[in-house]
Structures are given as structure tokens and as C-alpha cells.
Write a protein that binds this ligand. Structure first.
Ligand code: PEP
Length: 250
């Protein structure tokens, strides 16, 4: 049985006052408070602040990681360092990292390894740009991302990975994949995992949808059989929207 997750990706937003108010308001209004699958990924300087303030059912996550554990890598943060401050869930391969920071599939495979070696959880993002969707070749595109960055893992390792399918054309654009489009490609992703690892393993992997998830579409998206929650950007910064999305998991 796979788990449902909502991951809040705050990106490079927030300040101490804003963060504090957001966490307090989410806590006050969420009906889900024991699922342990609400992961908040603030900007790195605010990890300690959120860790101190958050209720225990909120899990702290990070938006990026180094592939190395330590050394002369100025500005980088490693899996053991994150763990030492209570961060054990790491987003890897967000399309903004792939696009603006030239992160390749090969590099992302190394980052996945670094996170797993530290007994932490990679939240691995995949998803196609608009031109690929328009050419209707999104399945092959996403399959290659999975093969290149995940398929070196053992079954045991894969079971620790959460996958987030995020079509780039839907991220921050207000355009959402329809629930049918999301279900179709999530089922495809699961079938690709099943071919490599077997159906039993594939069925246990959580596959989240990301791309303009909001209060208005969350219930329908999350009710799809192969959509196991969401990765939420813009709407995670608006307390009323985010609590409605969390509550849509019910
Ligand atoms: C994201 O940042 O991964 C994302 C899905 O953003 P948004 O919800 O704003 O589209």
C-alpha cells in the first residue's frame, strides 16, 4: 500500500514573519493532523525556524541537495547535514533545478544515491516540457528520466523513493493537467516501474502530481487511483488554499 503525501515547495519565498504566520494558520485550519505526510520545504535558512515552530505531524523537507557528503563545495548542503537538523525528505530534480541550474539525469542519479545512502527519502521529480506534450511523446520522455536517474536502484532502494510527476507546462502557469491526463501518465509511470521492479513494488511507490494544484482541483486530482497526493508550489504559500489542499486528502 502506498502513502499519500502533500509536499509544500515554498521555493525562494518567505521571511520569518510570513513563515510563522503561514505555519500557524495551516495548523489551525487543517483537519488532517496525524497523517505524518505533510512535508514542508521552506528555503534553507528557515529550516531551523520551521523545525522549532511546526507541530510534530508536519515533516520538514529540503528543496535541493548536494551529491557529495562533505568537502570543498562552496554553497552546497549535504544529506548528513540536513539530517543533523531534522531534514530527511529532499526534493530532487525539480524542473527549475533541471532548467536553470542545468541538472542532468546523471547528476540527479548521484543525488538520489546520496540521499538514500543517508537513509533519507528522495522526492524525485520528473515531467515533460510543453513541446514534448504537444508532440504526444511525454511517456517516452518521462520513462527516460526514470530509467536514467532511478533504474540503477535495487527494489529495496526504490521503495524508499517518492516520485512527483510534474508537467513543466503546468508548473506556476495556472494550467493544470486534467485529472484524466494526470491519471493516464501516473498509471504509465507505475507500469514502467512494474516492468522493471514487478507490480508488487510498483504498487507501493507513491506518485504525486505537481503543477498548479489548488483548492479547486485537489479533490478531483487526488481521487484518481494512481495519484497519491501532490507537490504544491504557489498554492502552498496561501494558507487557505494549502489547508484546503491538505483537507482534500480526506
Ligand atoms: C512546483 O513548484 O513544483 C509546482 C508544482 O508549482 P505550482 O504548484 O505553483 O505549479
Amino acid at each position: 500500500m502506498n502513502s499519500m503525501y502533500i509536499v509544500a515547495n515554498w521555493k525562494m519565498n518567505g521571511d520569518q514573519i510570513f513563515n510563522s504566520h503561514l505555519i500557524t494558520t495551516i495548523e489551525k485550519n487543517s483537519v488532517i493532523n496525524d497523517a505524518s505526510h505533510m512535508i514542508i520545504c521552506p528555503s534553507m535558512p528557515y529550516l531551523q525556524q520551521i523545525n522549532t515552530q511546526k507541530p510534530s505531524y508536519m515533516i520538514l523537507g529540503a528543496q535541493n541537495i548536494s551529491q557529495y557528503d562533505n568537502g570543498a563545495y562552496t554553497g552546497e548542503i549535504s544529506a548528513p547535514m540536513y539530517s543533523s537538523v531534522g531534514v530527511n525528505h529532499i526534493v530532487i530534480g525539480h524542473s527549475e533545478r533541471r532548467e536553470y541550474f542545468a541538472e542532468s539525469d546523471a547528476l540527479l542519479a548521484e543525488k538520489v544515491n546520496a540521499v538514500l545512502a543517508n537513509n533519507s527519502t528522495p522526492i524525485f521529480c520528473c515531467g515533460e516540457p510543453l513541446a514534448i506534450r504537444e508532440a504526444e511523446t511525454q511517456n517516452a520522455f518521462v520513462e527516460n528520466q526514470l530509467i536514467n536517474s532511478l533504474f540503477h536502484l535495487s527494489s529495496e532502494q526504490l521503495l524508499k523513493v517518492v516520485i512527483a510527476y510534474e508537467p513543466i507546462w503546468a508548473i506556476g502557469t495556472g494550467k493544470t493537467a486534467s485529472s484524466a491526463q494526470a491519471q493516464e501518465i501516473h498509471a504509465f509511470i507505475r507500469s514502467v516501474l512494474a516492468i522493471k521492479y514487478g507490480a508488487d513494488i510498483a504498487d507501493q511507490i507513491s506518485i504525486l502530481y505537481g503543477g498548479s494544484v489548488k483548492a479547486a482541483n485537489a479533490v478531483e486530482l487526488f481521487s484518481q487511483p494512481d495519484v497519491d497526493g501532490g507537490l504544491v508550489g504557489g498554492a502552498s504559500l496561501i494558507a487557505t488554499e494549502f489547508t484546503a489542499i491538505i483537507n482534500a486528502l480526506q
